[in-house]
Design a protein around this ligand. Sequence first.
Ligand code: FAD
Length: 464
Amino acid sequence: MKPVLFWFKNDLRLHDNEALHKAVNSEKPIIFFFCLDERLFKKNDLGFRKADAARYLFLKESVEDLQEKLEGLDAHLMIEFGKAEELIPKLVKKYGIQTIFAEREYASEELEIIDNLKASLPEETELDFSWGKTLYHIDDIPFSIDKIPLTSKAYRIPTGKKTSVRDTFKTPKKLKAFKEVESTDFPGYRKCGFYKKELDAVSIYEKGGEAAALERLEEYTFGSENLTGYRWSRNKSMGMDYSSKFSPYLAVGSLSPRTIYFKIQEYEKKIKKNQSTWWLVFELVWRDYFTFKAMRIGNAIFKTEGFRKKKLEFKNDQKLFQRWCEGKTGIPFVDAHMRQLNQTGYMSNRGRVNCASFMVHDYQIDWTWGAAYFESKLIDYDVTSNWMNWHMQAYEIWYTNPIHQSLKYKSADFIRNWIPELKNENDFSVYLPWENDVSDYPKPDELFDKWGRSINKIKKKFED
Ligand code: FAD
């Protein structure tokens, strides 16, 4: 019998995968395929890759875990390096594939790949794509994409009232794999243009893969019951407990938002229902909202001028941008977070807000540069969450004062942890290192008047 193709993309899981469910139900033998897109590793105009070392490593672990799971079900995962729109037509021709199952795309570059793929396939090849990214299914929300409200509340309230979360799809127990193909290895780092020292310089924040994702879900909920305190801890930066750390798994699809939702419902019944359980679902709804809103707006989400018709003046000083990227601005709260990002591929939401605000409003650098840098580094990089949040920091919300926030969120230990030059300093010097002339640690380019009150507050609190 001729096989069908199952094309894994950002849905690297067997649980709650509608496209996979459909492929299994076709009762045809399946070729399981993943393409590591070579374009991820090309350097952009700013000099960095779309996906740097931490993203490469996290993706590798996620795909290899999936491959292991498939092999456990007597199947395989064929992994290739290149461009899907060129590789898939070759497979279609070679094996006489008539149907391709995959998750539906929503952002412009990915949609262009699909268009190019369609153009290279024989007319009779069927593309059976299923929506899988969001908590609420795209067909269930009470708005068509061109009418998605431009404010979150106007989206969230009617959606919460009129829409329910669909049931999850079960993990298949058996797979009918096409026997003429075998698993192939994840491309090595050299093929992607990395040097070993680049990989050695990072230690990714979480282990990749569906197994690790489901473990983390269990641990954050029933294991530690940290979920109960989420509402009050979510703005911190230090350690694993203050927030869920589901984002890297959601980004590559090792964990489905519906699976999280139903776990929270179970938690509410068996352990505790409170503001925290509500809030975590609220954040998943934000993720949905950014996805749908970005679909409405289209390519403007990637453009410097944004979609709000507001104007910002950018100076785009390359040297300052470099300092920001390296975590050497001399502002400890910003630098600690940037160094954490560079080393681990993760940063807390509080860190992201502060680093983005600082880069755009204090350094006056084009927000798209920062968004592109985060894209390169974040293991949880998600096209709409990243670009919509950056846009929001630039054009839609108030300035965030990093001196004030460093004290408000009691970040001294976090700063000591990520900035070795400040490791042995007291709290005063950790918050305001320029005041005590801490050697080795860079001096800020400028101390803005708007920080004056916060600086004085720290002085009053900690100076002898
Ligand atoms: P939790 O606080 O435990 O939240 C649970 C989940 O809700 C997250 O995993 C995430 O899926 C979702 N969520 C929470 N906050 C947001 C938000 N503001 N926007 C969209 N979804 C949210 N998140 C990404 O997943 N990928 C990105 O590329 C990304 N880039 C960002 C860039 C900037 C400038 C900012 C300010 C935020 C960005 N975020 C991004 C949102 C947020 O910072 C992360 O989702 C969160 O820090 C991930 O940690 P967590 O899983 O422990 O979050």
